[in-house]
Design a protein around this ligand. Structure first.
Ligand SMILES: N#Cc1c(-c2ccc3ccn(Cc4ccncc4)c3c2)n[nH]c1N
Length: 251
């Protein structure tokens, strides 16, 4: 997967060179390129923002640098997706929710371009013009307000990147993640334990060392159900009744 990120703070994306995503990039599973939006300004101050038409607080990102930046990125077509245009992902507090399902959908794309806004956002004409030549996804990572899109891109690239084939080993499979599709979909993960068997007087639930894998699976599902009921009860309404075994329905 090719990932282009356009931002006025390219250094903000340095964490994408570390750990899981960094290793995936080193192995050629991801090709991540950060671009400084100011490279497409032409004034001595490298201006990227201006006051909003209609008045109001803050500043708005000017369309000209964005138009030229997107033109330049789009002109550098990756060989692995010569015929497929990229998807432009625009983090914004006014976007649709970025969910695990959306991460899985975007993980199918061979080429993503992320537009990191700052100030009060990007001039609307940039997104409208882009939508005439590629798919555009305006997405929010949560119901709180950040100062810009860079943190959201770090979140999205990690959530999407870990779903790419070969990025996670079998031991770290994304199959049983919270929110992952399947019978456990919409259930939060239950508790996890590792050695030592006793730590500061606290032991591990006996079922986990019983070797009875069927009973362990049922126990984990009950724990996930209980945790979901406690922390995210609204998710239980999404559960497919057919996916629940008899024990769950009685829980
Ligand atoms: N995804 C996501 C986000 C953002 C976000 C994303 C991009 C930008 C660009 C600029 N800002 C600042 C701003 C803009 C408008 N209104 C208020 C603040 C951003 C915030 N905030 N909260 C989220 N969940």
């Amino acid at each position: 997967m090719r990932v282009d990120v356009i931002t006025i703070f390219p250094e903000y994306l340095a964490p994408l060179g570390v750990s899981l995503i960094g290793k995936a990039a080193d192995r050629g599973l991801l090709d991540i390129r950060a671009h400084d939006l100011r490279d497409w300004t032409h004034d001595v101050h490298r201006t990227v923002d201006d006051t909003p038409y209609g008045g109001g607080p803050g500043m708005v990102m000017k369309p000209e640098p964005w138009g030229e930046a997107l033109d330049a990125v789009l002109a550098d077509v990756p060989p692995e997706s010569p015929e497929l245009p990229p998807t432009l992902v625009v983090p914004t507090p006014s976007g649709r929710p970025f969910t695990q399902a959306k991460a899985a959908q975007l993980a199918e794309s061979p080429w993503l371009i992320f537009a990191c806004g700052r100030y009060e956002g990007i001039d609307r004409r940039v997104i409208d013009a882009a939508a005439e030549r590629m798919a555009v996804e305006e997405l929010s990572i949560g119901d709180y307000v950040l100062a810009g899109g860079e943190v959201a891109v770090l979140v999205m690239v990690e959530a999407i990147g870990r779903l790419l084939p070969g990025v996670l080993g079998n031991a770290e499979s994304a199959r049983d993640d919270s929110f992952a599709a399947g019978a456990m979909e919409s259930l939060l993960e239950g508790p996890a334990y590792t050695k030592p068997a006793e730590w500061r007087g606290r032991t591990v639930p006996e079922i986990l060392t019983s070797g009875n894998h069927g009973a362990i699976a049922r126990w984990r599902r009950e724990q996930a159900f209980a945790r979901t009921a406690a922390h995210r009860p609204e998710l239980l309404a999404r559960l497919d009744p057919a996916a629940l075994d008899k024990r769950d329905r009685l829980a």
